[in-house]
Design a protein. Structure first.
Length: 530
């Protein structure tokens, strides 16, 4: 099959195998679209072709990150828009921006230059943009592309993923916004400025010899950028909010346990347990601020800084294991003999509140609540499809001090989808979390976002360390804070949703996390009074 007849997926797959001709067909197919988008954003024909060429070279280097080959057009557009925006912002900072170029004083085209290259003088180009920049981008992009795509409404509609009717309406509105005396000039100038075969050859000649490059990690710790400020704010916000929500939930649990304790020995155990919890949280949270304080180390010793970030991410695990065992046994090894109540007392112990449904499925009750009461009652495991207790294992849902279920809410949570102070699961939202998809304060996952985020594929946050892609105030990865990373994160459903949960919906989510502790505490105290 001729390359021109192949679909995008076939061309992308062939390019991944190193086929430059296949990638050249992709360039030919979308060069007018990408150059038009770049020109609409920058207003400079030469710069727009530089942006378009950089877009295709960047795409060639990072084709392996394109998750859906059939959507290469949208992926290219996303990279082009980001590179163009960066180029425009950089140009605005240049002192000579807006000054008339020297070549306007005496511009004489060379005799051997191809006619198409000098079809427009510098004055004409400036006049063209002064006319087009008055048109809103919504109408400017279809207009530019229409005259570069040989007056084809269908091709414009396909390129911009619009209906033909929408394109016709935007073209009509765009033409009305143009001054009548320059309309003919703009149409001809845009048609003549479209990139041709020489542009394709230029892109192919600029491609690296290999499809991907393997090098040292890129470290970005720039100051003052919007991304840096937002990421740093995300780190502080999630660190403090996670600490606040976890501390409030722990305090409510402490008050409930103290109110329902039946002996001085039990109160002593409760104080020791919650003091250990507080120590673990303060220690792990403190490491975040140490990592922020030592962010300069990321530029000089990236390997050492990555190790520090990993230690920060895993710092809660030893304490969680100790507390989990302690919560299960109800006592430390050193005081087991003196504090364990005798068997008759254990069997007679009654919780402050308990409900167990008479219906069951596969040997498990549908619902089982056990709240408060003596330590001997609280440390017994609650097992049900919907389980609530200090130690709860649920077939569907569980909540408690230690919760294990497909959907789990708890101080320590294990399962599929979980929310808690400490947690490990498939989708984990916690102050300290491990998961395939992890979000929260200090998190580790295949994809991770939070105050301090460590990811294999991608990570985003105040401190972001990943093997491949990272974006943050301090970003350490093979690709850090570049257009490819931004394109990947903006096209990822997980990062879009997680970013909303960690910013716009942060406080409502934190309060929702504390709500079970409030409800369980009230039920326990009411049952204890009865």
């Amino acid at each position: 099959m001729a390359l021109a007849d192949c679909d995008d997926s076939t061309l992308v797959n062939a390019s991944l195998g190193g086929d430059r001709e296949a990638f050249g067909q992709i360039v030919t197919r979308y060069q007018a679209l990408i150059a038009s988008l770049a020109y609409s954003a920058t207003g400079n024909l030469s710069q727009s072709e530089d942006v378009a060429q950089e877009t295709f070279v960047t795409a060639w280097k990072h084709l392996k990150f394109l998750q859906e080959p059939g959507k290469v057009r949208g992926w290219l557009c996303g990279i082009a828009r980001r590179i163009a925006a960066n180029a425009y912002r950089q140009a605005q900072k240049e002192p000579a921006q807006g000054a008339a170029p020297l070549e306007l004083l005496a511009e004489t085209p060379t005799a051997d230059a191809p006619p198409a290259e000098h079809a427009m003088t510098r004055e004409e180009e400036m006049l063209l943009w002064r006319t087009l920049e008055q048109i809103p981008e919504t109408y400017r992009e279809p207009l530019i592309l229409y005259y570069r795509e040989e007056h084809s409404v269908e091709r414009v509609a396909q390129s911009l993923e619009l209906s033909s009717e929408a394109v016709r309406q935007r073209l009509s509105r765009g033409r009305k916004l143009l001054e009548e005396q320059v309309t003919a000039f703009v149409e001809g100038a845009l048609r003549q400025s479209a990139p041709g075969r020489s542009f394709t050859l230029g892109v192919l000649s600029a491609l690296p010899t290999q499809l991907t490059t393997v090098g040292t990690a890129t470290v970005t710790a720039a100051k003052g950028s919007v991304t840096t400020k937002a990421a740093a704010w995300l780190a502080v916000l999630n660190s403090f909010s996670g600490l606040f929500a976890g501390s409030l939930a722990a305090y409510l649990g402490y008050k409930t346990d103290m109110a329902t304790a039946s002996s001085e020995l039990e109160r002593k155990y409760i104080k020791r347990f919650y003091a250990t919890v507080a120590g673990c949280v303060v220690f792990s949270t403190g490491l975040i601020f140490i990592a922020v304080w030592a962010r300069g180390l990321a530029l000089t010793q990236p390997g050492l800084y990555a190790a520090l970030a990993l230690i920060t991410g895993l710092s809660w695990l030893p304490g969680a294991v100790v507390l989990g065992v302690w919560l299960k046994r109800g006592i430390t090894a050193g005081t087991r003999a003196s504090s364990l109540p005798p068997e008759p007392y254990e069997s007679a112990a009654r919780p402050a509140f308990e409900y167990r449904s008479s219906s069951s499925l596969l040997g498990l009750p549908l619902v089982h609540f056990r709240i408060g009461g003596p330590r001997a009652a609280r440390r017994k495991t609650v097992k049900a499809w919907i389980a609530v207790g200090d130690i709860a294992i649920g077939g569907l849902f569980a909540t408690g001090g230690l919760a294990i279920a497909p959907v789990a809410f708890g101080g320590f949570a294990l399962g599929g989808v979980l929310f808690g102070g400490f947690g490990a699961g498939v989708l984990a939202y916690a102050g300290f979390a491990l998961g395939i998809w992890a979000m929260g304060g200090v998190v580790i996952g295949v994809q991770a976002i939070g105050g301090c985020a460590l990811g294999w594929t991608a990570a985003a946050g105040g401190i972001a360390v990943a093997h491949q892609l990272a974006q943050g105030g301090v970003a350490l990865a093979l690709h850090a804070n570049d257009p490819v990373v931004q394109s990947y994160l903006s096209n990822s459903a997980f990062f879009r949703i997680a970013n909303a949960l960690l910013t716009t919906w942060l406080w409502p989510t934190m309060l929702l996390a504390v709500l079970p502790s409030v409800v369980l505490g009230r039920l326990a105290r009411r049952g204890n009074r009865l």
